[in-house]
Design a binder for this molecule. Structure first.
Ligand SMILES: NC(=O)c1ccc[n+]([C@@H]2O[C@H](COP(=O)([O-])OP(=O)(O)OC[C@H]3O[C@@H](n4cnc5c(N)ncnc54)[C@H](OP(=O)(O)O)[C@@H]3O)[C@@H](O)[C@H]2O)c1
Length: 243
C-alpha cells in the first residue's frame, strides 16, 4: 500500500467514532502520526489500537470541543511536542433528534452551533501556528446535505453546516498566498452512531459505512490535492474520480 502520509502529522476531531475514527485509522495505515481528539477516553483508545495495528502512530487527547476556554491549554500542551501539523480534519459532531425551531430550547440551538460551527473555526484558529509550520497543510470542514438542500426541522445543525462552506472560503480568502488549503466536504449519509440517532426510522443498511467514505477525506488531506483550495466538495464525486 502507498504511504502518502509518511512523516505527516494530522489532527482528527471526532476520532473516537464513525467518520473521524475511519479517517484516523486509514491515515495510520498510510503512515501518518494522528492526533486523535474525542471526549470518551476508552473509545479513543480503541482508535489508537487500530491506528497502531495499521502501522501508524497516535496521540489520543480526550477533549470536549465545546469548552472553548480550554483551547489555549490544548495548544500549550501540543506546541513543543508537535513540530508541525500537516492536516486538520474536523469530524466531531453530534446529531440529536430534530424539531421545528419553534420548539427548540436555547441550549440545544446554541449547542448545535458550538460543536458544528464555533469549534471547527476556533480550533483552526488556535492550531494555526502549528499548521503554518508545515510545508503545506490541508484543513477540512465536514458538512452535510443541508449545505445545498433545505431540510425542515434541522435549524441549528443545518445553519451551522451551511455556514461551514462560507467559513472555509473565508479562511482561504484570508490566506491566499500561504501553502494552506481550506475545503469543505459533504460525506453524505453514513452508517454511524449519529445516523442511527438522527434517523431512527431508516435502516442503517441503506447507507455506506464510514470506512467507504473516509478515502475521500484522505484524498483531500494528501499532497495530491495541493491545488484544491476553498472548495465545497462532495465525497461521492471524489470517490468516483478516484475509482
Ligand atoms: N452520519 C451521517 O449520516 C452524516 C451525514 C452528514 C454529515 N455527517 C457529519 O459527519 C461528522 C461525523 O459524524 P459521525 O456520523 O461519524 O458521528 P458519530 O459516530 O456520532 O461521531 C461523532 C464524533 O464527534 C465527537 N464529538 C461529539 N461532540 C463532541 C464534543 N463536544 N467534543 C469533542 N468531540 C465530540 C464524538 O466523540 P465522543 O463520542 O468521544 O464524545 C465522536 O467521536 C459530523 O460532523 C456529522 O455532522 C454525518
Amino acid at each position: 500500500m502507498s504511504k502518502r502520509f509518511e512523516n505527516k502529522i494530522i489532527m482528527v476531531t471526532g476520532a473516537s467514532s464513525g467518520l473521524g475514527r475511519a479517517i484516523a485509522q486509514q491515515l495510520g495505515a498510510e503512515g501518518a502520526s494522528v492526533i486523535a481528539l474525542g471526549r470518551v477516553t476508552e473509545a479513543l483508545e480503541v482508535t489508537q489500537t487500530r491506528i497502531e495495528e495499521a502501522g501508524g502512530r497516535c496521540l489520543c487527547i480526550p477533549f470536549d470541543l465545546t469548552e472553548f476556554d480550554n483551547y489555549g491549554k490544548l495548544f500549550l500542551a501540543l506546541k513543543d511536542q508537535v513540530p508541525h501539523l500537516d492536516g486538520l480534519a474536523h469530524c466531531a459532531g453530534s446529531l440529536k433528534r430534530c424539531a421545528p425551531m419553534q420548539h427548540v430550547k436555547p441550549d440545544v440551538f446554541r449547542g448545535a452551533l458550538d460543536i458544528h460551527l464555533t469549534a471547527p473555526n476556533l480550533l483552526t484558529q488556535i492550531m494555526f501556528p502549528l499548521l503554518k509550520r508545515a510545508e503545506s497543510a490541508s484543513i477540512i470542514f465536514t458538512t452535510c446535505d443541508m449545505i445545498e438542500e433545505d431540510q425542515p426541522n434541522w435549524h441549528g445543525y443545518g445553519l451551522a453546516k451551511r455556514a461551514l462552506g462560507y467559513a472555509a472560503a473565508m479562511w482561504q480568502a484570508e490566506h491566499p498566498s500561504k501553502p494552506m488549503r481550506f475545503n469543505t466536504i459533504n460525506p453524505g449519509r453514513m452508517r454511524t452512531r449519529s445516523f442511527e440517532r438522527a434517523y431512527p426510522g431508516l435502516s442503517p443498511a441503506t447507507v455506506p459505512v464510514a470506512a467507504d467514505i473516509a478515502p475521500a477525506f484522505l484524498q483531500v488531506l494528501s499532497d495530491d490535492a495541493c491545488e484544491v483550495r476553498g472548495q465545497l466538495l462532495q465525497a461521492s464525486d471524489l470517490l468516483e474520480t478516484k475509482n
